[in-house]
Design a protein around this ligand. Structure first.
Ligand SMILES: C[S@@+](CC[C@H](N)C(=O)[O-])C[C@H]1O[C@@H](n2cnc3c(N)ncnc32)[C@H](O)[C@@H]1O
Length: 335
């Protein structure tokens, strides 16, 4: 029979699991196992990771409990299908997420309580600057973040190109489009459209591969800039995927106003965001809302909050389409 206190204890101690995964990924244990054909002795893993064998074996046994590894023979470990998702370069980029959430994101979460008291964003309190400023000065962490976002796009927004008719748009601008995974999949669905991938200069500067691999680089321009100053003009559709949730209402309105100013009069806005307090609210939404509070000072929003925010920036919400597993397509038109 389940013991409620024990179930609660598992939640209270959930950090043990994410820190064990972080340690294994950071030490390269998962990649070493993959290179060894999936199975390796704990002693060899410890030697290659330059850590002590006995405590590493204990971490690896915890990963067995998490179904990431198996231990077919004593102190010999094998990657499971789930564990393989944590290898470098695997679809979904879970290794990048493990490194971010086990590292600087984790340290920010440790500051949730003081941030609640002061109203400051926890990440800013811990690191002395905002997340995107932090990434600007740390190319290796920025690469990790961009690859993590690209991985997320691969499984979270995979349905977007089929769920919305992009074929009628001439120019589609992806505002804060990262390395362009979503825009590439949209352009493949809309063979006559031209794309503009807009993001911070250092992000678009390193963004070629995804567009090339999708075969759309020839009709996609990369533009670097700051969406608080301006976004590229003349677009028929402005896509903002996971952008507004990074910012408070004032900053989000600012970005939307710049899109409104930049688009052609018949233009459209398409938000790819989670939605709170609706029948479509995904399981993770309340935690993601706190993650935004902690990392960027942003928030997830209800439909009423989107309606109000859009109205303040000169838009009317025209449709909402929920997509599995946890996102919504929100279309808006200029008023
Ligand atoms: C949460 S990520 C979303 C990336 C992508 N749209 C997606 O859904 O995977 C936020 C993006 O906004 C970009 N960004 C942040 N501040 C920006 C700014 N001031 N101007 C332009 N882009 C910015 C970041 O570089 C990052 O790529």
């Amino acid at each position: 029979m389940p013991v409620p206190e024990l179930e609660l204890l598992k939640v209270v101690a959930a950090q043990w699991a994410s820190q064990s995964i972080y340690a294994a990924v950071k030490l390269g244990v998962i990649d070493t196992l993959e290179r060894a054909g999936g199975t390796c002795d704990g002693a060899e893993l410890a030697r290659r990771s330059e850590v002590r064998e006995e405590p590493l074996n204990r971490v690896l046994r915890a990963l067995v409990k998490l179904k990431l590894l198996e231990e077919p023979h004593p102190a010999r470990f094998r990657l499971t299908g789930l564990g393989r998702c944590l290898r470098t370069g695997a679809p979904g980029a879970l290794a990048s997420w493990a490194l971010l959430w086990g590292g600087e994101f984790q340290r920010s979460w440790c500051n949730l309580l003081p941030a609640l008291r002061t109203g400051e964003t926890a990440f800013d309190q811990v690191h002395g600057m905002g997340l995107f400023e932090y990434l600007q000065t740390r190319p290796e962490r920025a690469r990790l973040f961009d690859s993590a976002m690209t991985g997320l796009a691969g499984f979270l927004y995979a349905q977007v190109p089929q769920a919305y008719d992009f074929s009628g748009y001439g120019t589609i601008v992806d505002v804060g489009g990262g390395h362009g995974h979503l825009l590439a999949s949209i352009l493949r669905q809309a063979p006559k459209a031209r794309g503009v991938l807009f993001d911070q200069p250092q992000v678009v500067g390193s963004a070629g591969d995804v567009l090339r691999q999708a075969g759309v680089a020839g009709r996609c321009e990369k533009v670097g800039g700051d969406f608080f100053s301006a976004v590229p003009g003349g677009g028929d559709l402005y896509v903002l995927s996971n952008i507004l949730h990074d910012w408070d209402n004032t900053r989000a309105e600012h970005i939307l106003r710049n899109c409104r100013r930049a688009m052609v009069p018949s233009g459209r806005l398409l938000l790819v965001e989670m939605m709170l307090s609706s029948e479509h609210e995904p399981d993770l939404a309340r935690m993601t809302d706190l993650n935004m509070l902690t990392l960027t000072g942003g928030k997830e929003r209800t439909e009423a909050e989107f309606v109000a925010l859009l109205a303040r920036a000169g838009f009317r919400l025209s449709s909402v389409r929920p997509l599995q597993p946890m996102t919504c397509l929100i279309e808006a038109v200029p008023t």
